[in-house]
Design a binder for this molecule. Structure first.
Ligand code: CS2
Ligand code: MN
Length: 369
């Protein structure tokens, strides 16, 4: 597995490339052009500049998260072809600087949703929280809270300009059922995946977060059955997954290690995060340590290890520690994600050692025969 770190770019993140260099084991920086709205063209110069900057500090720029999908593609409007053309153009350009994986999502209107960005945990840190009872009928209540909490940072999937037209957006999605959303995703993939095959760039869809429909909008990447259906839409290794344990882990029925065993050869990017799910379905993001939440992160790493996973991985969200919420992006502080990396690499390294030992014993016992 290749460890990476999501970085929002110079001046757009409280963390610098210099900080990231000091976290053991990080090989790649996951990046994007965060000022681009869905459907906008990405200029080659900007792409080149970002990749050069990342490389200059010794990191690989092989993973981009995200190139966002325009709502017209998700809704299935006639204008979708124009936006798919632009998307294809971006894939081709990204391939030129060595991008191998594009993480994206197909969630209508919102990206991840939460009701509180700074909910205090018993240890005094705070983290992103989802309280079912706090979800009102009016999505604008939630939008206001998130945008307030984000302060001066713009958040991907939460662009104020787009969300200002929330009523129109919801109207446009009227009649878009789960089946129609699947059809529209298929239409998109059938055009994009042949280009990905030619240019050697893998598409990796991110699951819906939380893993259930909200505000009456369909959500289709949320459990084993739906993921199987998704992978069959276009049965190519280039049509793959970002397997996010934080998102899928919000539904305790998702058996994550077993899903990794089933889907590992289509998982191109692993997002690892622990969440603590309460009996009433509320959940809060917690440390990566297995015991601290409902996701057994040790078992998750073990499942990747057993399958010889060579793809990219990153800590997903972390808690905000030691007062860093005053200046960091919600969910994207420095400390807890760095601690998470050490935990993940600790488990991985000990599994590797164990494997080496087993191999040595096998060789030895063969010599005895
Ligand atoms: C990310 C997602 O912060 C997060 O939860 O994992 O926002 C992810 O970047 C997008 O869904 C991918 O398009
Ligand atoms: Mn994720």
């Amino acid at each position: 597995m290749q460890m990476t770190w999501r970085w929002y770019g110079e001046g757009n993140d409280s963390i610098t490339l210099g900080h990231i260099r000091q976290i053991p084991g990080v090989m790649g920086v996951v990046w994007s052009l965060h000022d681009k709205v869905a459907g906008e063209e990405w200029e080659m110069e900007r792409i080149q500049e970002a990749a050069d900057q990342i490389r200059s500090k010794g990191f690989s720029p092989a993973v981009v998260e995200s190139v966002n999908i325009h709502d017209d593609i998700k809704i299935g409007l006639p204008t979708r072809d124009k936006y798919i053309d632009i998307y294809i153009d971006t894939i081709k350009k990204l391939s030129k600087v060595g991008v191998k994986v594009i993480c994206y999502n197909f969630m209508p209107v919102f990206d991840w949703t939460r009701t509180d960005l700074y909910k205090e945990l018993p240890d005094g840190s705070n983290a992103l929280f989802y309280e079912k009872a706090a979800i009102t009928d009016d999505p604008m209540d939630m939008v206001k809270k998130i945008l307030e909490g984000a302060g001066d940072f713009t958040m991907p999937g939460w662009e104020p300009e787009r969300l200002a037209k929330l009523d129109d957006l919801f109207k446009a999605y009227e009649g878009v059922t789960e089946d129609i959303l699947f059809d529209n995703l298929k239409y998109f993939l059938e055009r994009v995946i042949p280009v990905c095959e030619e240019y050697d760039v893998k598409m990796a869809i991110h699951p819906d977060d939380p893993a259930w429909p909200i505000f009456g909008l369909p959500r289709i990447i949320r459990n084993r059955e739906y993921i199987r259906r998704f992978l069959n839409l276009v049965d190519s290794p280039y049509n793959g997954l970002t397997f996010c344990t934080g998102s899928l882990g919000t539904n305790p029925e998702n058996d994550l290690p077993s899903m990794i065993h089933e889907f590992h050869d289509r998982i191109h990017f692993a997002h690892i995060r622990n969440v603590k799910v309460f009996e009433n379905g509320d959940f809060i993001e917690v440390s990566h340590r297995g015991q601290d939440g409902s996701v057994d992160v040790c078992e998750v790493i073990k499942a990747y290890h057993e399958n010889g996973f060579t793809g990219y991985v990153r800590p997903d969200h972390g808690r905000h520690l030691w007062g860093e919420e005053k200046h960091c992006r919600p969910g994207y502080g420095l400390y807890d994600r760095a601690l998470g990396i050490m935990y993940m690499l600790g488990v991985w390294d000990s599994l590797e050692k164990e494997k080496g030992r087993e191999r040595a014993i096998t060789v030895q016992s063969k010599q005895h025969i």
